[in-house]
Ligand binder design. Structure first.
Ligand code: ROI
Length: 163
């Protein structure tokens, strides 16, 4: 069993509804159990500013799947939501599901970089993550609570509850 942390983001087609629907789909991933889920957060776009604001959340999933098998399930959920994969990298998206952490593993291959390469610079990842994992350490020893305390909030705020 591995405890994986997954980041969820959306800024198109009713983002709050996209996140809620994605959580329901994640609950039905085989050989896995949802352990914790953060609040749903409103966030300002990182990257190009000519795109809508985002909804973001982070959840903890206990899984017997490999990281790549989990990624296959997450990408299928993104595709079912109508995600268009060739849209530009920092642009608006219907649904983004990222493996932020996979236990204490460091993974670097063509499909997957874990811990997520941008997580330490993203308030919309660190603050929801710290909400559900107050004592978590990253593989490099950094303390999530400390990183979250020191990052600019950039207007991040709780929108509603997901559980
Ligand atoms: N900005 C915010 N606020 N939330 C996201 O989930 C998000 N995802 C992205 C980029 C385009 C970097 N900006 C984001 O992929």
């Amino acid at each position: 069993m591995t405890l994986a942390y997954i980041g969820l983001g959306s800024n198109l087609s009713d983002p709050a509804a996209q996140i809620r629907q994605a959580v329901n789909h994640i609950k039905s991933i085989p050989n896995s159990q949802l352990k914790k889920i953060s609040s749903l957060y409103f966030s300002r776009p990182m990257g190009p500013q000519d795109q809508p604001d985002y909804m973001n959340a982070v959840l903890a999933l206990n899984t017997q799947l490999s990281a790549l098998a989990l990624l296959d399930h997450l990408q299928a959920i993104e595709n079912n939501a109508g995600r268009v994969r060739k849209e530009n990298r920092w642009g608006a998206r219907i649904l983004d599901l990222d493996i932020i952490l996979f236990g204490n593993e460091t993974i670097n291959n063509e499909r997957l970089t874990v811990p997520h390469y941008g997580m330490k610079a993203r308030e919309f990842v660190l603050i929801p993550l710290a909400e559900i994992a107050q004592t978590l350490l990253l593989p490099d020893g950094d303390r999530v609570a400390e990183l979250a305390k020191n990052i600019a909030t950039n207007d991040l705020k709780i929108h509603s509850q997901l559980d």
